[in-house]
Design a binder for this molecule. Structure first.
Ligand code: BGC
Length: 722
């Protein structure tokens, strides 16, 4: 018995060796095509992804390695925006990459158009964004996509940035938390997620040439954290390097960004792909840390093969890049499961339609509500004004994130669906101001829908509403004191008419369910609970990047001289009054925060030399008569000598409360809350001193304070909150 089994084992080993040492042979191809476990030891999923990748690399010829480090210049299909053909000899699946920040992109049909990422982020609801990721991941997977080119997680530095709507907002910690939740959602459904665009991708105007001049502390504290969170806690499989340069070097060949920060410091072991056409070299990119060129083979095809043969690139360097790609694929199970999807499949469902509406409702921010004009009475006669309200609903932004909407519910239809015959509803597109004024005069309430057109490839020229939309609002407000403005914008706009109107709602780009969602908010079926993730400025010159050196830059250099003072940090540091601050949003009910306690937890720090984490606890009471949700925000102000911005968001929690209900809320502040990056020591430090914990409901409304003393790396509660 034992002899017999030993004999069988020998035979198998012998066959295996034959295959291993002569991978190019027809015999081995035959055996490999049969897919026997012995011939493909990397298919053993009890091995680690790195072990499996190493086994596979040993079998790969130079051509096979080259084939996986770039996209196929001639895609065999119109599907997907990037494609790496399969390798049938070794059983490597095709890599199919598709855009999809708000739904499957690249002209795919029969998909769900979700609200823009800025909208779901405005919900401040981690569970909702996790679900958003799941819906995206599920639809991509069913379309046959195995790499979803999202989320976009860059901190919004320039409010005019044409891709603001694709991102989450202006705070590094916040963006990191959103990214973790979305990435986990996407990857739970099959595809690998892609954190993009790395790094300092903060404008579109000069995106192919721009050079961001930025100091290391700012990079580490402001622009890196969303990527750090994506890697450390989101376990993202891929990162996309950006078009721009950082400190003189293109992102996709920047050894400091890729090798030092991503690989050494953050221990990223997945794959780094280029943005589409963002590669500028062969050897420098290989050495700089780029694993894969997209979408074609200009630098990583024949040119790379020649560089390997000529010795400018070593085989082990090439292997490392191949390994990074394979490790991410193995980790995500792409070798272990068969993907059933196809690009022509219909991936919509009634559940996803309903989810799109929920996100739009939860992401809509109520900015102004004088005399409780909202929610509206069902019997009030309404005039809906503006193209975005009727003929041409502004449901999404443009560029690579565009989705073919299966349908669009216009606000006019949504309102009519909601009120039926109970009220008269009329519509004016707003082109003729005299007609509009007459109609507005005759209605109980006038709702003006205004919009911006935003897209990758260009920034907005300024923050004003384009065309005559400001005049339109003023003309309506002059004849109807019950004027409500609904903004369908991807980012902040100036509101010269703010004192003329009774109500303002930011609905962002709300996706296919636009009209149903806005009607639910207008009539109070949904109590708004979203909060801004971007500051809305009062004036064009009152923004952090108003100087031309900062944006769009001079002679191709964009200088990040505001340093850490990005977004609300700048408004606070310069004592500039915003129109609506970061974190702000109204509800149809009211809340009270009380009984703050902040103290170090029993949990030790997870980072060496850092103080313990701090647990913040407080009570939140719904003081009104209807159910609602509040977002409790915890900021930390560091000791003045640390050179940090006045205060920074370090934790938040969204809490749902019935009328008159009180709940206790806990927020854990991590070690980073009590630390700053020291560029001379090249590490995070936690300087001694008194750190203030400020808790409230926006960056400008922080009524509760408590102090933490940090000394020699220990944190102690000094005072209890008031
Ligand atoms: C965009 C990326 C996108 C890629 C593929 C580029 O222009 O910057 O975000 O994933 O195109 O469509």
């Amino acid at each position: 018995m034992s002899t017999c089994s030993r004999g069988a084992g020998f035979l198998i080993t012998a066959v295996f060796m034959l295959l291993v040492i002569q991978p190019g042979m027809a015999g081995s191809q035959q055996a490999a095509a049969n897919g026997s476990r012995v011939s493909r030891p990397w298919n053993n999923n009890s091995l680690t992804p790195v072990q499996r990748a190493n086994l596979l690399i040993k079998q790969m010829t130079l051509d096979e390695k080259i084939a996986i480090v770039h996209g196929a210049p001639l895609k065999p299909t119109k599907a997907y925006v990037g494609y790496v053909p399969p390798n049938p000899r070794l059983g490597i699946p095709a890599i199919t990459l598709a855009d999809g920040r708000a739904g499957v992109g690249n002209h795919a049909r029969d998909v769900t158009l979700l609200p823009a990422p800025i909208a779901v982020a405005s919900s401040w609801d981690i569970g909702l964004i996790n679900e958003y990721g799941k819906v995206l991941g599920q639809e991509q997977w069913a379309k046959g996509t195995n790499v979803e080119l999202g989320p976009s997680i860059d901190v919004v530095r320039v409010p005019e940035w044409g891709r603001t709507f694709e991102s989450y907002g202006e705070d590094p910690y916040f963006n990191g938390q959103m990214a973790i939740a979305e990435i986990k959602g996407i990857q739970s459904q099959g595809p690998i997620a892609d954190a993009n665009m790395y790094l300092t991708m903060n404008q579109e105007k000069n995106r192919f040439k721009e050079d961001s001049i930025v100091d290391e502390r700012t990079l580490r504290e402001i622009y890196l954290p969303p990527f750090e969170a994506s890697i450390r806690d989101g376990h993202v499989g891929t990162v996309m390097c950006a078009y721009v340069k950082t400190n003189g070097i293109y992102s996709c060949e920047n050894p400091f960004l890729l090798n030092d920060m991503l690989r050494k410091d953050l221990h990223f072991d997945g794959w780094i792909m280029s943005d589409w056409g963002a590669v500028h070299s062969t050897v420098a990119s290989v050495k700089g840390g780029l694993d894969q060129e997209m979408p074609d083979d200009k630098f990583y095809g024949e040119a790379l093969k020649k560089a390997v043969i000529g010795g400018q690139v070593s085989m082990s360097d090439l292997d490392e890049h191949v390994r990074n790609i394979l490790v991410a694929m193995f980790r995500q199970g792409l070798f272990d499961k068969k993907q059933p999807g196809s690009w022509t499949a219909s991936v919509r469902s009634p559940e996803h339609d309903a989810f799109s509406r929920t996100v739009a409702e939860q992401g809509t921010v109520l900015l102004k509500n004088d005399h409780d004009i909202l929610p509206l009475s069902e019997t009030a006669s309404i005039v809906v004004i503006g193209v975005a309200g009727g003929n041409d609903p502004k449901v999404e932004g443009a560029g690579s994130s565009a989705v073919v909407a299966p349908y669009k519910v216009s606000p006019l239809d949504g309102i009519r669906n909601r009120v039926g015959a109970k009220a008269r509803t009329t519509y004016a597109d707003g082109n003729d101001l005299d007609v509009v004024a007459k109609m507005a005069h005759d209605a109980d309430v006038a709702i003006v829908f205004v919009h911006t057109d935003e897209s990758e490839g260009g920034d907005r020229p300024d923050l004003s509403l384009p065309g005559n939309q400001d005049q339109l609002i003023s003309a309506v407000a002059r004849v109807n004191k019950n004027t409500i403005v609904v903004l369908d914008t991807g980012g902040p706009v100036l509101m010269p008419w703010i004192d003329e109107v009774a109500g303002v709602i930011e609905a962002w780009y709300p996706g296919q369910e636009d009209g149903n969602a806005i009607a639910a908010v207008l009539y109070g079926d949904v109590n708004p609970s979203a909060k801004l993730t971007l500051t809305f400025p009062r004036s064009a010159d009152g923004i952090p990047t108003a100087q031309v050196e900062r944006w769009p830059g001079v002679n191709g250099l964009s200088t990040y001289s505001e340093k850490l003072n990005v977004g609300y940090r700048w408004y606070d540091a310069t004592n500039t009054q915003p129109l609506f601050p970061f974190g702000f949003g109204l509800s149809y009910t009211t809340f009270k925060l009380s009984d703050l306690v902040a103290k170090p937890t029993k949990l030790e720090s997870t980072i060496q030399h850092m103080p313990r984490r701090v647990l913040v606890r407080l009570n939140v009471t719904n003081t009104g008569v209807r159910e609602g949700a509040e977002v409790v925000q915890a900021y930390v102000a560091q000791p003045a000598g640390n050179g940090e911005p006045p205060h920074q968001l370090r934790g938040f929690a969204k809490v749902q409360l019935k009328a008159r209900e009180t709940k206790s809320v806990s927020i854990l502040l991590d070690e980073r809350s009590f630390s700053a990056y020291d560029s001379s020591l090249h590490r995070w430090i936690s300087p001694n001193g008194i750190y203030e914990v400020l808790v409230g409901t926006s960056s400008r409304d922080l009524p509760l304070h408590s102090q933490i003393a940090v000394e020699g790396g220990a944190a102690n509660a000094l005072t209890q909150g008031r």
